[in-house]
Design a protein around this ligand. Sequence first.
Ligand code: AP5
Length: 213
Amino acid sequence: MRLILVGPPGAGKGTQAVHLAAHFGIPHISTGDIFRANIKGGTDLGKLAKSYLDSGNLVPDSVTNEMIKDRLSHGDTASGFLLDGYPRNVEQAEFLAEVLLKNLTPLDAVLELSIPNEEIIKRLSGRRVCRNCGATSHVIFDKSKVDGVCDNCGGELYQREDDKEEVVANRLNVYKDQTEPIIDFYDKHGLLRVISAVGDVSEISTNAIAALK
Ligand code: AP5
């Protein structure tokens, strides 16, 4: 299964990706997670990416495309992959199409998670992320057992810099202007499936798997 998850910030791509990757036995590749790991590690890539993530703008395509090309050359993608957060504009989608054509590994599907803006704001303002393992929780919808402590590893939970109100507004604009056009791009290629991202996490996973069959 070679799959792309697309949807606005806070649609639940990361949350669903964990379930779908386990179900299909494929690696979950999140460009946002790769950038955040590099920022945490203080690498050159992290230093370059930080200002873009903090402001909610896209990291330049030249950087992101090469990073994904390299990641897709790793052996664990032989059985497939789930891309979360990439591609994010038509240029990236065209670049990916060329890489996959060269590798003779065409996409199987693009799953869009559809969600209204009011729900996005509620999700992003309450999201907490573990500093240690990166697991995501929510102060209302998916509360950790102990406030501020990750259920998964006991690490400290924090609020992402780009989940602050003014940055969220920019991320939504960037999604509308730059990312939404890829939905049409994949629809024209006959790859698009759309499901609602509102409801229980497990119910959405079940619908996602059914849509991909
Ligand atoms: P990235 O990390 O990809 O952020 P995003 O696309 O904005 O997506 P999010 O991680 O915010 O949301 P999500 O859809 O994964 O939702 P989640 O599952 O966490 O990108 C960050 C930045 O990196 C970009 O702004 C850009 O700068 C850079 N970048 C990344 N990729 C790039 C690229 N290709 N090109 C250039 N730059 C790039 O869920 C959200 C919350 O809701 C959580 O708290 C969760 O617990 C809760 N929740 C989830 N599902 C439900 C549900 N069903 N009901 C109730 N609550 C739920």
